[in-house]
Design a protein around this ligand. Sequence first.
Ligand code: PHE
Length: 464
Amino acid sequence: MTDQSSAPAQDAARRDGFASRVGFVLSAAGSAIGLGNIWRFPYMAGEGGGAAFVLVYILFVLLLGFPVMMAEFSIGQATRRGAVQSFEVLAPGTRWSWVGRLGVSAGYAILAFYSAVAGWALGYLEKSVSGAFASPISADASGELFSSFIASPVTSIPAAALIIALSAAVVFKGVGRGIERASFVLMPIFFLLLLGLAVHSLMLPGAGDGLRFLFKPDLSKLTVPIVMSALGQAFFSLSIGMGVMVTYGSYLNRRETGLAPLALSSVAADTGVALLAGLIIFPAIFTAGMKPAGGPGLAFVTLPTIFSTLPMGSLIATAFYALLVIAALTSIVSMIELIAADLVDRKGWTRGRAVLLIAGVGFLLGIPCALSFGGSAFFTRFFGVPDGFFGLLNIAFGNLVMVLGGLFICLFVGWKWGMPQALKVLGIAEGKKLGVLLSFSIRWLCPAAIAAVLIFIVITGKFF
Ligand code: PHE
């Protein structure tokens, strides 16, 4: 818990907090590592032509993602307030707090579509346990199974509700006793399952093709939408650009300096897990002679077909979907915490009331997401957007708003609040190499890169 005795007067409000650096990293990494790594990264890489997407993605993570995460931690640690109030404290009477508001709104939207997918994972966990993939099923049959599963609100809505309820219970317990403890238990299980599955996949006959697809780039395949999706995916996967990391940073002990290793560990863990997920999925796909561009259904249509033909397929499928559910829980927890911290800090709500409201709104918004796959014709078609209402939230909030939020956070830290202040909080000397690099990235590189990609999109009009 935070040390009360030496905390300055404004901390008298007894803010909850992380008890240890390891707990903090596991929680930040727990937020970052999620469906984004195991479900979204492989299908986006698959659609984006593989290695070219992966290369651009990794560049964005290192050059933009790491600095933005540091910027967020510095804001949070300096103010020890939620995503909106932090800006009010550092730039009183300005409109900067709208950056926080944008982030909090994105929190609701992402919670909604994300818990729909987490609900699918839960449903598939149940299917695996009950032996649905014990004997070989064809690609067509697997597609049928998935379409009928996600089209049926009777299963997909309660599954999403259960996931939200579980995560809300963790957030209700608070940061130290809830989030940190849950991450301590869940993340090691997660890593074990992940490594086991990756080793298994790498022994399949299609491993070579899978590796080539992921790591041998053909840059001529790059297009503006692919670069944008790599940029959006980098932000989404790291949970940056919307204030989650501001919020987590706000629960760090004030005396904790040297945040660079903490951010670096979270970024490295997140990227490592995305690549491992690729190593699990693509060898299996090439072994089965299927197509890597399977879209959002990749983890639910292609994989079960493959699992069902493997020795111990049911066990592997169970491990895989358990992995997805665990990964989703620690991320959903962070989305709820982002909003809860704001309601508690700014509106003086109790944690219980905040968590109830968020879970309720997330659930209600989640219904149209769960109905976007055939459950309701209206939400499925939703003005012609691919994947309907769900697809709209996924792309608009999961990609665009997070990237925009990242742009504003860089502009704020680099040009309004100021790099000297941020570096001081982070415990980095301005003249040192890391300080110079961070300043350059936050002030110039991130804003320029993000603006360039956005301008290209507007000019070409190609978003999807
Ligand atoms: N980073 C999480 C993932 O990769 C998703 C997430 C986005 C979590 C935004 C919190 C906020 O799955």
